[in-house]
Every structure is written in structure tokens, then in C-alpha cells.
Ligand binder design. Structure first.
Ligand code: PGA
Length: 255
């Protein structure tokens, strides 16, 4: 595991985008795992500034709400279209999001898992971490070998995501999420974390025991993980064997 600590959220985006741009230059048809939420946004903004041809890149979103009407602006299909596909000029036909309005969401989830495998798997999976340690929408208690499936959102997650909706009640109760086992099959996991409110859970995930109580702790078992955190989020990280935080002075830092 490599850990980069940078001064600001915007710098996390610059460092992570540098990593992705290097991957895409060496593999123009790379398969990216796309995360939504606030933390990854600076990555997409920074990546748009790189002169790298992304026309052959494909992407799979991490998760989607179940039950929002098609075209709802806060559905992840729409967020990914706006913030990723259009911004990076990806081919829309190469970008997939779980079908949260499917008549049979469990089947849609299984089909999505199979589609990732059929695409040859994900080369780099972008990730954020929830305040409760969730990865994608794998809430605490999720099996560490879980596959893409329907999950019930915790109240904490619904409260955190209420900022995107007019009223908290509008936040859906369920989602389709890539499973922890699915995520662990990606070749490289790129976790981006910002803000003091994530400091304790980031330390628990990286320095604590690997446990379903903190789904992100499974990162410790993956052979290729890069963490990019701002100073505030990294504040409680304890250097441990094999996990020496590399402090990077500014946004121009690359790997
Ligand atoms: P955030 O969400 O980046 O909006 O804080 C991260 C997550 O819930 O995984």
C-alpha cells in the first residue's frame, strides 16, 4: 500500500488524476471503476486537464440507487454522465452503471457483476470511504467476499447523501452496489479521502483490524492499493509496517 498525503482536496484530485493518466497512456483501453460522491470529483476535474486520449477507455460505476426514476439528476447514471462521461469525453457506450430501475434489481446486479468480468475486469477502481467505513455502498456487516447485489442503505449514509436531495426522505432506501469481493478483483484500488471528518474512519480502515464492521479495512488485503488523502483526513494515520505515509508537498506531485 502506498499513501500520499497532500495539503488540499484539490491536490488529492491532481495526484490521483496523474496516476490515472499514466495508466491510460500505457493502456489506452483501460477499464476504470468510477466512484461518485464528493471525494472523487476533484479527480475527474483534474483528469480533464490531461492531454490523454480517453476515447477507448471504458468505465463501470461502483453503485446506483434503486427506485429513482430514470433521468433523476441524482441517480448515479446522471451523475456519471455529467461529471465523468461528458467531462472526460468518454464514449457513452463504454460507460456502465447498474440499472437501479430494473424490474428485478437482484438480477440486474448479477448481470452487472458478470459484465465486469466479461470486460476483463477493472484495471483501476476509484474509491471513496463513508463515515461508517463503507466502500461503495457496502455498509458495515457486508460479507468480505460479497458480489454485486441489492443493499439497504444505513441511516447514516442516507443522512450523508441528503445534501444532494431537496428533502432527506427523498434519498432512496436501497441501492445496487458492487460487492467487496467484486471490488477486490480490480487490479489497482485508488482510494481518495478528504476532510477531518474522515480521519478516524481512515485510520480504522488502514491501521485497525480487517473486519466486516469496517468494510474499507479489506483494502489491507489487496496487493495494489494507493491512498491519496488530504492532511486533515490523514491526521490520525499511524505509520505501520509497510504503510509509511509519503508526504507530498503540493498539488504538482506525481508518482
Ligand atoms: P463522499 O462519499 O466522497 O461524498 O464523502 C464517500 C462515500 O460515501 O463512499
Amino acid at each position: 500500500m502506498e499513501i500520499f498525503v497532500v495539503p488540499t482536496a484539490s491536490a488529492t484530485g491532481s495526484v490521483a488524476a496523474g496516476i490515472l493518466a499514466a495508466v491510460i497512456r500505457s493502456k489506452p483501453d483501460a477499464v476504470l471503476g468510477l466512484a461518485t460522491g464528493g471525494s472523487p470529483l476533484p479527480i475527474y476535474k483534474a483528469l480533464a486537464g490531461h492531454s490523454v486520449d480517453m476515447s477507448a477507455v471504458s468505465g463501470f460505476a461502483l453503485d446506483e440507487y434503486v427506485g429513482l426514476p430514470a433521468g433523476h439528476p441524482e441517480s448515479y447514471a446522471e451523475v456519471v454522465r455529467r461529471e465523468v462521461t461528458e467531462r472526460l469525453q468518454l464514449d457513452p457506450a463504454k460507460v456502465a452503471v447498474p440499472d437501479g430501475s430494473a424490474a428485478d434489481p437482484e438480477q440486474a446486479a448479477a448481470d452487472y457483476d458478470a459484465a465486469i468480468a466479461a470486460a476483463g475486469g477493472i484495471d483501476v477502481q476509484i474509491l471513496g470511504i463513508g463515515h461508517n467505513g463503507h466502500l461503495a455502498f457496502n455498509e458495515p456487516g457486508s460479507a468480505l467476499d460479497s458480489r454485486t447485489r441489492v443493499e439497504v442503505l444505513t441511516e447514516r449514509t442516507r443522512a450523508a447523501n441528503a445534501r444532494y436531495f431537496s428533502t432527506p426522505e427523498e434519498v432512496p432506501l436501497r441501492c445496487i452496489t458492487q460487492g467487496l469481493g467484486t471490488i477486490m478483483e480490480a487490479g489497482h484500488l485508488l482510494l481518495v479521502v478528504n476532510g477531518a471528518d474522515k480521519a478516524d474512519i481512515l485510520a480504522a480502515a488502514l491501521n485497525g483490524p480487517v473486519t466486516a464492521d469496517c468494510p474499507a479495512s479489506i483494502l489491507q488485503w489487496h496487493p495494489h492499493v494507493t491512498v491519496v488523502a488530504d492532511e486533515a483526513a490523514a491526521a490520525l494515520l499511524a505509520p505501520a509496517s509497510g504503510q509509511v505515509p509519503v508526504r507530498v508537498a503540493g498539488a504538482a506531485a506525481t508518482v
